[in-house]
Ligand binder design. Structure first.
Ligand SMILES: NC(=O)C1=CN([C@@H]2O[C@H](COP(=O)(O)OP(=O)(O)OC[C@H]3O[C@@H](n4cnc5c(N)ncnc54)[C@H](OP(=O)(O)O)[C@@H]3O)[C@@H](O)[C@H]2O)C=CC1
Ligand SMILES: Nc1nc(=O)c2c([nH]1)NC[C@@H]1CN(c3ccc(C(=O)N[C@@H](CCC(=O)O)C(=O)O)cc3)C=[N+]21
Ligand SMILES: [Mg+2]
Length: 306
């Protein structure tokens, strides 16, 4: 049986540490980190995430500003709001929940966000800086995955990593981060041939495809570390249930360690969003922050703790 990587517990620890740092900022520097979240439309799942983000931001001592816009909102109105938030000194981080409705140009909206306040790490300036080895905001979901991987495995150098999915918000930045950690990285997607064989090579398998239970037991190399990013709502026995992109019951027979859904990557995504907001706040006020923001995320690895 494999080790269960408890993302929920990790995220709670990380949020506590963030809360302490926020307390310090408020007391010594009289600054309260502020997070603005924009939600367009009424997608129920998105509403849950936005609510969780706002609640957890407040619990960590941050200010949270929520903007709910109608599905039919004209693009110019969204761009105007972003411009206002860019100039607002009480807002240190801006997140626009994706996807956006068809009348809105997603790339245009992302580029409107001031890169220093782009806590999602989606702005081309941040993407480019990360890809070329410089400083940039790191997207929250891949950062959460990397944090869990480093906790579980310590040094990732030389490991074979397979990232399943190539989206701008998960797959591509995940591959970029793993490469930075000196993994040998393969990115697989819907056109990949012999997908199962490719996956079976992986010491580290990150699944981010949005296909319920796609990854089966026999796609996994025995002992591999499996990170399941997928959040899929399925109907089973007349009720909806949340499942990942990995067949959990099968995978736990062969994997060395794996993340559950729920309780794995999801909570880490939100904790990393708060971490990015804290970091953005420090940078905007010229307050020193640990060079390696990860040190806050993984104070100690499981190997060190054992
Ligand atoms: N836990 C969290 O915090 C988060 C979870 N998610 C979840 O992660 C999943 C992925 O999200 P996202 O990256 O936005 O998804 P996208 O739909 O943007 O991208 C999916 C990727 O998977 C590939 N793919 C789809 N089907 C297959 C298949 N059968 N075989 C191989 N590759 C396939 C696609 O290939 P191609 O490019 O060729 O089309 C694409 O690259 C979703 O379930 C989403 O809900 C997302 C963000 C955060
Ligand atoms: N600009 C932008 N940034 C994002 O980071 C972003 C986004 N848009 N659009 C949607 C996806 C999805 N996402 C999740 C966040 C938390 C959970 C989460 O907390 N999940 C809980 C369960 C929550 C539930 O019950 O639905 C868990 O896995 O345990 C899931 C998914 C962030 N995303
Ligand atoms: Mg997408």
């Amino acid at each position: 049986m494999s080790i269960l990587i408890d993302g929920k517990a990790h995220a709670a620890r990380l949020r506590e540490e963030i809360g302490r740092q926020v307390g310090r900022l408020r007391q010594h520097d009289l600054i309260t980190p502020g997070l603005a979240v924009i939600l367009v439309g009424e997608d129920p799942a998105s509403q849950v995430y936005v609510r969780n983000k706002a609640t957890q931001a407040r619990e960590a001592g941050m200010s949270s500003f929520e903007y709910r816009l109608a599905d039919s909102v004209p693009q110019i109105q969204l761009l105007d709001l972003i411009e206002r938030l860019n100039c607002d000194p009480e807002v240190h981080g801006i997140l626009v929940q994706l996807p956006l409705p068809p009348q809105v140009d997603e790339a245009r909206v992302i580029q409107a966000i001031c890169p220093a306040k782009d806590i999602d790490g989606f702005h081309p300036i941040n993407v480019g800086n990360i890809a070329t080895g410089g400083y940039g905001m790191v997207p929250c979901t891949p950062l959460g995955c990397l944090t869990l991987l480093k906790f579980q495995l310590g040094d990732l150098s030389g490991k074979r990593a397979v990232v399943l999915g190539r989206s701008n918000i998960v797959g591509k930045p995940m591959a970029s981060l793993l490469l930075k950690e000196h993994c040998t990285v393969t990115v697989a997607h819907s056109r990949t041939r012999q997908l199962e064989e490719v996956c079976r090579q992986a010491d580290i398998l990150v699944a981010a495809v949005g296909r319920p239970c796609l990854v089966k037991e026999d796609w996994i190399k025995p002992g591999a570390t499996v990170i399941d990013v997928g959040i899929n709502r399925i109907e089973a026995d007349g009720r909806t249930r949340l499942v990942g992109d990995v067949d959990f019951e099968g995978a736990r027979k062969v994997a060395g360690a794996l993340t559950p859904v729920p309780g794995g990557v999801g909570p880490m995504t939100i904790a990393c969003l708060l971490l990015n907001t804290l970091e953005a706040t420090c940078r905007q006020h010229d307050i020193p922050f640990p060079d390696d923001i990860m040190s806050l995320a993984w104070g100690s690895t499981s190997a060190e703790m054992a």
